[in-house]
Design a protein around this ligand. Structure first.
Ligand SMILES: C[S@@+](CC[C@H](N)C(=O)[O-])C[C@H]1O[C@@H](n2cnc3c(N)ncnc32)[C@H](O)[C@@H]1O
Length: 260
């Protein structure tokens, strides 16, 4: 089996090659609600998710970036139906995070502009890696239950003094031409996610040399970021055209092909 490689096929075929408990993390954005007309669309959701559960290591995390279409006046809620299925087959819904687009495409009609998608973190057991992104704290302290007395009030003297705290679970990204990535070729794909999203999630849930799988790799964003941050990766992409685009994009980031 080839590492650091995109398999140009249905992800269900690629996953047949994987042993149980094989990958450390899965980072992906599925083809949802036929919002885009991808070439070679074939999305057997339930079958795929069961396979993802099988191949993910215990303690591994899936990052599933997804939004909903509005159809006949109503949001489809596909994202939540999917999340419920992940939970049903054994994943923990570890966190429902928000991918907030600072500059979305303006939308017409009697609705506010659609500014966000979900970033679900589904875990197989308790996540074994968590390298949180931090920011400096204004008040230089973290309050937790230990700091609370019998009254429930915080005892500020007991607060652990820190200079940094974990960021919140809303992630703000500017998107679009020249911003999501500097690689012009990537925009030949209609639905890339921003590189910074991949950087944040990969660094949070993996360590160097871990193996990341993206079953719907599109223009190759997951691969590029994994490669740059010294993670191993495998991708699947059903469309020949997008696989070509991704391989062309990735050329300059390649160090070497690894084999397992
Ligand atoms: C939302 S896009 C992913 C974009 C990617 N995150 C990026 O940054 O470029 C989903 C991709 O899944 C591919 N796809 C759809 N069904 C598939 C399947 N069964 N197996 C593999 N790829 C599939 C589509 O062709 C499309 O490129």
């Amino acid at each position: 089996m080839k590492l650091n490689n995109i398999y140009n096929e249905n992800c269900l075929d690629t996953m047949k090659l994987f042993k149980n408990n094989f990958v450390d993390m899965i980072l992906t954005s599925p083809p949802y609600d036929d919002l885009r007309n991808y070439n070679g669309y074939d999305f057997q959701f339930e079958k795929i998710v069961k396979e993802l559960y099988r191949i993910l290591k215990i303690g591994g995390v899936i990052i599933w970036v997804v939004g909903d279409k509005t159809d006949n006046g109503s949001e489809t809620l596909t994202s939540f139906k999917q999340a419920l299925f992940f939970k049903k087959i054994g994943f923990n819904v570890h966190d429902t995070m928000i991918y907030y687009k600072n500059n979305p495409m303006p939308t017409a009609g009697k609705r506010y502009h659609q500014h966000f998608e979900y970033i679900f973190a589904f875990s197989k057991g308790k996540p074994s890696v968590f390298n949180p992104i931090t920011e400096s704290t204004k008040y230089r302290g973290i309050a937790n239950m230990k700091n609370r007395g019998k009254t429930g009030n915080i005892d500020y003297k007991k607060i652990e003094r820190t200079k940094e705290k974990k960021v919140g679970n809303v992630f703000f990204y500017s998107v679009g031409g020249g911003i999501s990535t500097k690689d012009k070729i990537a925009y030949k794909h209609p639905a890339i996610f921003p590189e910074q999203l991949a950087i944040d999630q990969i660094k949070t849930w993996t360590n160097e040399n871990d193996l990341i799988y993206d079953p719907f790799i599109g223009s190759g964003t997951t691969a590029k970021i994994a490669q740059i941050f010294n993670r191993k990766w495998i991708g699947s992409e059903i469309s020949k055209e997008y696989t070509k685009i991704a391989n062309e994009r990735l050329k300059k980031y390649f160090k070497k092909n690894l084999f397992l």
